[in-house]
Design a protein around this ligand. Structure first.
Ligand SMILES: Cc1cc2nc3c(=O)[nH]c(=O)nc-3n(C[C@H](O)[C@H](O)[C@H](O)COP(=O)(O)OP(=O)(O)OC[C@H]3O[C@@H](n4cnc5c(N)ncnc54)[C@H](O)[C@@H]3O)c2cc1C
Length: 461
């Protein structure tokens, strides 16, 4: 293809790449997007969307049980894994088609091929060998599961990618990891009836989240039957005649039918040609970019998980949009990565935004903490021993709510709205001025009156 026949080549048709391509094309740019696997990327094909469908499936078991307290008599419910997976796959195929159609409608050319950088100006489509020299290149190749340091038997271990396509539901599964993907899959398999052991090397799951939230979630998940083993790692996996033996760092052994690792993800750049193009790497992180997502090579940009900033779909989408506005829309736009609300679709669910109590104490002179734990109304007749947890972290000087942490049903839905208030710099007094919606769990957000704790940093001598 002749020089600059294209304004933009986007590499990777995931959350960020698709948005960037469509918006750039909308500004009149001639755009090609290359995808080596399936259009939609991690989120649509093997991330958020299929995961949430499995989460929904896993929650029915408790609903069936709880219905009895409300007068319902049900026949013994039966679950069929292949039906769930087939239905999930059908929905994912529909979404993939919708993404492809939207790209075509926007006038974006799609190349179903791996693409690599030959040099700073040349993109090669591996499937055809064709080379392209566009005006701009956007790297949006995302990230892939990382398995940690090699251990004997690692070839028997699956990642979240394979978990979506198992032939049958494992009766017993060991999941190593303490991040949100490990915790969510532990909840999914537990809800669907597997015996789940969650092994995490740190002292508690969900590192980086608020400590009270972590403690609360661990205790609730344990009540639901997930065996959580902290402070240990899997040192080897051995195949036996009918199962696997996972050996732990304390020499104990757990016999399971599947072993899954969710210990981290790593940017998709292997063999991609970053060095050939002179694109700089931020050590231990991802592709180095400035606030406008520009790399060390001025006409090459990078967005989403490959830059390892905040690895969430809405962030990748926002970065893709901002890139197109900046480069083709004449509106330089930096994405604000502060106070991004997020959910963990565990059971019970987690929603969080802003600073943890520990972070607030490091940054602020005065911190007030409001928290409560209670049994949601629905759990009373269901006779289920499940407690929700709400916490507000407040700047003791300005009164601003700087963090909110929720564990309980619909926490993800709630935190989206709390996120608006936090972004608008709402104070505790603003929340208190709102009249409660009763009876809900969310009303706790506007009815917590008593400070649970006040931290005051001593003035320097
Ligand atoms: C199990 C799981 C659950 C998740 N759940 C959530 C959630 O609930 N909420 C949330 O916000 N986020 C979630 N995420 C994270 C979210 O999926 C990612 O943050 C998001 O997809 C990142 O978008 P991206 O555009 O950077 O990359 P991706 O969506 O990963 O897209 C990158 C694309 O590039 C392609 N590609 C890679 N290299 C090349 C190449 N050389 N040539 C051509 N194509 C290439 C890949 O095949 C892929 O399609 C989850 C992730 C996982 C794994």
């Amino acid at each position: 293809m002749a020089d600059h026949d294209l304004d933009l080549v986007v590499i990777g048709a995931g959350s960020g790449g698709v948005r960037a391509a469509r918006i750039a094309a909308g500004y009149g740019a001639r755009v090609l997007i290359a995808e080596e696997y399936r259009v939609g990327g991690t989120c649509v094909i093997r991330g958020c969307v299929p995961k949430k469908l499995l989460v929904y499936a896993s929650r029915f078991a408790d609903e069936f049980e709880d219905a009895a307290g409300y007068g319902w008599t049900l026949q013994e419910p039966r679950f069929n894994w292949p039906t769930l997976i087939a239905n999930k796959d059908r929905e994912i195929a529909r979404l993939e088609l919708a993404y492809t159609t939207n790209l075509e409608r926007a006038g974006v050319k799609l190349a179903k091929s791996r693409a690599i950088l030959e040099d700073a100006h040349t993109v090669r489509l591996v499937a055809t060998g064709e080379t392209i020299r566009p005006r701009y290149i956007l790297i949006a190749t995302g990230a892939a599961p990382w398995f940690g340091p090699p251990i004997p038997g690692i070839e028997h271990v699956i990642s979240s990618n394979e978990a979506f396509h198992l032939d049958e539901l494992p009766a017993r599964i060991l999941i190593q990891g303490g991040g949100y993907i490990a915790v969510e899959f532990a909840a999914i398999f537990n809800g669907l009836g597997s015996e789940v052991t969650l092994v995490y090397r740190g002292e508690n799951i969900l590192r980086g989240f608020d400590d009270d939230l972590r403690e609360h979630l661990k205790s609730e998940m344990t009540k639901l039957g997930v065996r959580i083993v902290c402070g240990k790692t899997v040192s080897a996996v051995q195949r036996t005649q009918r199962a696997f033996n996972a050996k732990l760092s304390d020499d104990s052994t757990v016999e399971v039918d599947k072993v899954m690792f969710a210990v981290g993800r790593w940017p998709n750049v292997a063999g991609f040609g970053l060095d050939e193009a002179g694109v700089r790497w931020a050590a231990g992180r991802g592709i180095a970019v400035d606030p406008l997502s520009q790399t060390s090579v001025p006409h090459i940009y990078a967005i989403g998980d490959v830059t390892n900033r905040v690895n969430l779909t809405p962030v990748a989408i926002r970065e893709g949009h901002a890139f197109a506005d900046t480069v083709f829309g004449g509106k330089p736009t930096a994405v604000d990565h502060i106070d991004v609300p997020t959910a963990v679709f565990s059971e019970p669910e987690v929603g969080t935004v802003g600073l943890t109590e520990a972070q607030a104490c490091q940054r602020l002179a005065k911190v007030d903490v409001y928290k409560t734990s209670f049994r949601p109304l629905k759990m009373t007749l269901a006779a289920r021993d499940m407690r929700a947890f709400f916490k507000l972290v407040v700047d003791g000087e300005s009164g601003r709510v700087v963090g909110c942490h929720i564990v309980g049903p619909d926490a993800g839905e709630m935190i989206q709205l709390v996120g608006i208030a936090v972004k608008m710099k709402a104070t505790k007094a603003d929340l208190d001025a709102v009249i409660a919606v009763h009876p809900t769990s969310a009303e706790e957000l506007v009815t917590m009156r008593e400070k649970a704790l006040s931290h005051r940093r001593e003035a320097a001598e």
